[in-house]
Design a binder for this molecule. Structure first.
Ligand code: BEZ
Ligand code: FE
Length: 288
């Protein structure tokens, strides 16, 4: 086509696609380019704005390495990561939520009743629940990969003061499907703002805060893996999570338990004599 116009450029683009192009790729490209072209026309995109956008993406890419995932963060703060989660959600199971960039593979096994808090002087949180199927039957042999920030709001990969697997552990459920561990109460924190995404927040008048949460990846043979989080129902940022990760069924009460009621069967049994917090959060998996 030698007479490319504003009105035909999307069709011309599609005409350039080879006949043997994978049909799914063709479908995705058609929609992507149609929306991209429509967006530029709708806002009358200027050269300066286009250039600013390209530079923003270039600087985001230049920041990425094995530890820093600025493009994933961009997807998170635009709501795209959460939208993809929700599009792919299969009803009947626990809602999925954002993975985020701070999960580390290879966390050490954590026995049922094990502890992530160590000797930190921070409130004790007892977290427990049943991994079950959509009929409510417990799932044995499920792995529950758990991670959270330290009380300073930093994940281990962000904080040279923490060991590699600090506040990370993997539990394997027994016949009763139960996971249970002690830790510190998670805190609210800001997602990284020292890169281009920080400029985006500033320009859009947005904050970078996430409500406090525990992360979980749950896997079991024959079931779809679940990436999710649990949030306390009194968190100030529940209605304004900057990465759009909150779902109604992921918000739980963190019960204030009185002194002297800490149950047996935990690594910390006998050493928790004061009040503590408890969250009960079942994890329902959908068949693969
Ligand atoms: C997180 O919860 O770890 C997280 C999620 C998205 C962006 C940054 C952090
Ligand atoms: Fe997080």
């Amino acid at each position: 086509m030698r007479n490319v116009t504003k009105d035909n450029i999307t069709d011309v683009f599609m005409g350039y696609m080879g006949e043997d192009t994978n049909p799914r790729l063709r479908e995705v490209m058609q929609s992507l380019v149609t929306h991209l072209h429509a967006f530029a026309k709708e806002v009358n995109l200027t050269h300066a704005e286009w250039q600013m956008g390209v530079e923003f993406l270039e600087r985001s890419g230049a920041m990425c390495d094995a530890e820093r995932h600025e493009f994933v963060l961009l997807s998170d703060v635009l709501g795209l990561s959460s939208l993809v989660d929700m599009i792919n959600f299969k009803p009947g199971g626990t809602s999925s939520s954002v993975l985020g960039p701070f999960h580390i593979s290879g966390a050490p096994p954590l026995p049922i009743g094990g502890d992530l808090r160590g000797d930190l002087d921070a409130p004790v949180l007892l977290a427990q629940g049943i991994v079950k199927d959509t009929d409510g039957q417990p799932i044995a042999g499920a792995t529950v990969d758990i991670w959270q920030t330290a009380p300073n709001g930093l994940y281990s990969s962000q904080d040279p003061e923490q060991g590699t697997y600090s506040f990370h552990g993997i539990q394997t459920t027994g016949a009763d499907g139960r996971y249970a561990f002690t830790s510190v109460k998670p805190v609210e924190y800001e997602v990284p703002t020292d890169g281009p995404i920080g400029e985006f927040f500033e320009a859009c008048g947005r904050h970078a805060w996430r409500p406090s949460h525990l992360h979980f990846i749950v896997k079991a043979d024959g079931f779809r893996p679940l990436v999710t989080e649990v949030f306390p129902d009194d968190d100030a940022y529940l209605d304004q999570d900057t990465v759009f990760g909150v779902r109604e069924d992921l918000v739980m009460s963190y019960w204030h338990m009185p002194a002297g009621t800490f149950p047996d069967g935990f690594a910390l049994s006998g050493s928790v004599d004061g009040p503590y917090l408890q969250v009960d959060f079942d994890l329902t998996l959908v068949e693969a």
